[in-house]
Design a protein around this ligand. Structure first.
Ligand code: DQA
Length: 147
């Protein structure tokens, strides 16, 4: 039997503190809660989940290089690097797999520096301001895009 295709969910800096960090902005659910929801949605659609978080930009870039060989698609919440990282954008081009960008908060209602994203031009779709439900929507959309 062939292994299940992989959906990778990548989380950038400070998202390990979800639930504690600015709960008025990001809610009270933890990153482990997010992982569990992603697991349910991915497995319901016949995908394996590769769920990661890092506070180190190079670690995320190495992960993207690695996932280029194994993931069918990526869900990316690059957190603060969304707005700053050309290196991250350069890495995300390499795997040539569909990307759905997620932000828990509505970045467009927030400070102007959050309105620009280096990830958005590379994304098949963007889910913004839907709380942690956005990750579920993103995986569902990725499955549709993958056909
Ligand atoms: C975020 C929005 C970013 O602007 C912020 O830096 C984050 C989280 C979100 O999920 O709403 O860390 O990506």
């Amino acid at each position: 039997m062939s292994p299940l295709p992989v959906v990778a969910v990548l989380n950038g800096p400070n998202l390990n503190l979800l639930g504690e960090r600015e709960p008025d902005v990001y809610g009270s659910a933890t990153l482990e809660d997010v992982r569990e929801r992603c697991e349910v949605v991915a497995s319901a659609h016949g995908f394996a989940l590769d769920f990661r978080q890092t506070n180190h930009e190079g670690v995320l870039i190495d992960a993207i290089h690695e996932l280029g060989a194994s993931a069918a698609g990526l869900v990316v919440n690059a957190a603060g690097w969304t707005h700053t990282s050309v290196a991250l954008a350069d890495a995300l081009v390499i795997p040539e797999v569909p990307i759905i960008e997620v932000h828990i908060s509505n970045v467009h209602q927030r400070e102007a520096f959050r309105h620009h994203s280096y990830v958005s031009p590379l994304a098949s779709g963007i889910v913004v301001g839907c709380g942690i439900r956005g990750y579920e929507f993103a995986i569902r959309r990725l499955v549709e895009v993958l056909g």
